[in-house]
Design a protein around this ligand. Sequence first.
Ligand code: CP
Length: 304
Amino acid sequence: MFTKDHIISIRDFSKEEVDYVLDRAEELEIYARGNESCNLLEGKVLANLFYEPSTRTRLSFEAAMVRLGGETINIYSQESSSVAKGENLADTIRTVAGYCDVIALRHPQEGASRMAAAFSSVPIINAGDGAGQHPTQTLLDLYTIRREGLLDGLKIALIGDLKYGRTVHSLAYALSLYGATLFFVSPSALKMPEEIKSDLKEMGAEIYEYTEVKEVIQEVKVLYVTRIQKERFPDPTEYSKVAGTYRITTDILKENEDVVVMHPLPRVNEIDVEVDKTKHARYFTQSFYGVPVRMAILSILLGK
Ligand code: CP
């Protein structure tokens, strides 16, 4: 059963609600692949309000809506909207809600989606709020892991920028619902925030911290690699100290023949392109799964 009006944070989800979304995504995957057509959301309109750059999230929401027979309207940047004239988010949301049935919002400010939900007469989906949450990415990450048959009791390494990376914050919470053991691998300046670790421990998660991938690779089934979030560093010199810290290569993968490599993308240079051709690579499959998962979310929120 699923009763949410908005999708704001993965922390608002119970395990049953996550399972409900993933089950629906599995049913809709055939339509996401374009093998059969579907008009479940015919006549419905999704507004994509993206105030930060995006390729996967925006386009997969758009593809999801189109695959379900619906339509989309878009704002691509702050500069191309009336935000550039000084309009506040509350007024934008109240206006756009009159043009559509559901809004996907990406915004640089943490908490923007929760605030938007307070002013919206249609469902708000958080498509990433600053260094905060990215719940639909988490749901597609979980879907990818479930399709590998690894969701329950997973041992996973979360690697890279654990301080600013919103995908790892959301994923760590969600995996805790499934009894995961979490291996955090990051430079000391980019460790998982203390408050998140403390919440995870309260949820019963087993947590370990390392600075090198080679210390954990034989222990885990999944390497979840992330980009260092250059745009969120207050001081560019601090970024230059940690840029390029981790790089997954075919050499290091020889340490674990079965490990699955995931990445929310975009990657910069954290995964060598040679890895793309190996049986380990799952990141492009993972980005495709954004379509069935977002189809599931749209259809559930719109009561179909
Ligand atoms: N994973 C993800 O959020 O990618 P985009 O920034 O391209 O949407």
